[in-house]
Write a protein that binds this ligand. Structure first.
Ligand code: ATP
Length: 258
């Protein structure tokens, strides 16, 4: 589904030049829920943006569904890759349904009635009600906004979904509900998911594999159990420090997702 080879990301600011990714390799197979974890500033969000084609790496190759990402084009990208941004704000001047319809309207190919129908299907698929369609973003809870942004990301039925901190900022109940929704969509739509998360519950409930970013590359990409056993200071701190006990409990609780 995604193949990344020898990726370099180098940034230059007025103060300095620094390397975020160096010879990074990552493969994501169809049907996986791959979670990317890593310390702050290790380039997780940059990597998602590169897979989406929003940012060009300094060097290296990214193939999505067998094609170099730069050949997908804006239109191709929306139908192949859906993205839920961390601050996945909806357009505040548009109603919830208008937000979900937006990518299809941009295509300028489908009749208005069909676009409306397709967006209504997605609205209900993410657990919102038809009555919510005309509500404005300012009138929605954080959980409803996330669901609407997810419906918009999925409106063109992309086979690949990217999630940046999908449960950040949600209260525990909304977070649990959103994780349950993601799990059933992954199963029902046969999605491949790449997710960045710091939240251990989200990580263990959904991930079939975990890729750890450290030392400017992916140091391990394996099942949660194997990753926890991998010897590296970041992994030790992330999984086996204060949060270790909880990680072990979760590992017992969730038999590796989906
Ligand atoms: N366009 C850019 N120009 C300069 N530096 C950038 C640019 N984009 C990202 N960076 C830097 O690259 C590093 C990686 O950023 P990124 O947002 O991907 O980190 P992250 O792993 O997602 O971190 P966090 O977990 O804190 O969100 C950061 O130091 C960031 O400041």
């Amino acid at each position: 589904m995604v193949e990344i080879r020898k990726l370099w990301s180098v940034f230059t600011t007025p103060e300095r030049t620094f390397t975020v990714h160096q010879d990074l390799d990552l493969t994501v197979q169809r049907g996986e829920v791959l979670s990317i974890v890593g310390g702050s500033g290790t380039g997780k969000t940059v990597l998602l943006r590169q897979i989406l084609g929003l940012e060009k790496p300094s060097k290296g190759e990214i193939r999505v569904l067998g094609q170099p990402v730069e050949q997908l084009g804006a239109r191709g990208a929306a139908s192949r890759v859906g993205m839920l941004f961390q601050h996945g704000a909806l357009f505040s001047a548009f109603s919830l349904l208008e937000n979900i319809m937006f990518p299809l309207r941009e295509l300028k190919e489908l009749p208005a009635g069909l676009i409306r129908e397709a967006a209504m299907v997605k609205l209900q698929m993410v657990g919102l009600k038809p009555d919510d369609a005309d509500k404005m973003p300012a009138d929605l809870s954080g959980g409803m906004i996330k669901r609407a942004a997810l419906a918009r990301a999925l409106v063109m039925d992309p086979p690949l979904l990217l999630l940046d901190e999908p449960t950040a900022g949600l209260d525990p109940d909304s977070s649990d509900g959103f994780v349950t929704l993601l799990r059933s969509l992954h199963r029902d739509m046969q999605l491949t998911v790449i997710m960045v998360t710091h939240d251990l519950d989200t990580l263990f409930e959904l991930s079939t594999r975990i890729a750890v970013l450290a030392d400017r590359r992916v140091i391990v990409n394996d099942s949660p159990k194997e990753v926890i056993a991998f010897q590296h200071p970041f992994i030790h701190e992330f999984f086996l420090g204060e949060r270790g006990q909880r990680a072990m409990e979760l590992l017992r609780e969730y038999p590796f997702a989906v």
